[in-house]
Design a protein around this ligand. Sequence first.
Ligand code: ACO
Length: 322
Amino acid sequence: MKYSKITGTGSYLPEKILTNADLEKIVDTTSEWIVSRTGIEERRIAGDNEFTCDLAEAAARNAISAANINAKDIDLIIVATTTPDRIFPSTACLLQERLGIHGCAAFDVQAVCTGFVYGMGIAEKFIRTGSAKRALIVGAETLSRIIDWRDRSTCVLFGDGAGAVILEASDSEGIISSHLHADGKYKELLTVPVGVSSGHEKLKQTEAYIQMQGNEVFRVAVNTLGRIVDETLAANNMKKSDITWLVPHQANIRIINATAKKLGISTDHVVVTVNKHGNTSAASIPLAFDEAVRDGRIKRGDTVMMEAFGGGFTWGSVLLKY
Ligand code: ACO
């Protein structure tokens, strides 16, 4: 079996909705500003006792049920997250235990907003080389925990959520190609500048929040995503018109529209959830993909391009036949 095919999708959003009107009461902003600059109307926020692994588990269970498989048959678990429950064990190991699976490889991928695309690219290679037959790939985030709720330039942008897919070895075409990139020279433009080895003591203070130079991130994101679209098509000798659906990382409607324009794809073939979810980082693509699969927009046989850009900078794409 030389292909890997998505056989099930799932997602989960926390109950609590934070609207732009709510944010108007927290920081000096207006709903009009947020919608016109980002397209975001509302976002979900995890409950006080709800953690990334809880979101990941709910999304994973949905995907397992959609794929109609037994969780015990999963032989690879990848969780893409920037907001793990613990420094270690990985959220993937915590999730593995919740799902009652023992022994298979399980690890987290940290590529910020590109994490799910990285996870798909890695899982596809495990399957293609015969190292795995049935992979669970999850993107899950509680970004609300690393947001400075006094900083209007960032707190309006992000939300919490999780999405998941089951990727299985198959004789019929699935993932066509994946393209993963990074350039650490942009590390200061989008960062939480403390960690474990460096600045661990600051984790108890106020500095452990997202810091971003929004203008610069925007400019590099638009240019880079344009290039990844070209790279993906050229690698497969395909034309723009061969793409049925674009499922982009949901950061900002203006970035999404710029990439759609570059691809020459009409906006009704672009899955957009940023208005309701905000930017959920690694969770945004599987959340959007699951929504469009479940409401019947994305159908078996459709050619789908996923693309993402995020902190690092990291960026990448996955082209697949659903
Ligand atoms: N409400 C009202 N005013 C605001 C707000 C707010 N929430 N935030 C910033 N402003 C003000 C600024 O203070 C500034 O005021 P000034 O001119 O008096 O200094 C003004 O609005 C313009 O600020 P800019 O940063 O230039 O606004 P811009 O049009 O660039 O929009 C935004 C900002 C939405 C952050 C945009 O740069 C962006 O989307 N960048 C991409 C960032 C992103 O998506 N990051 C997520 C991670 S990376 C990824 O996922 C792709």
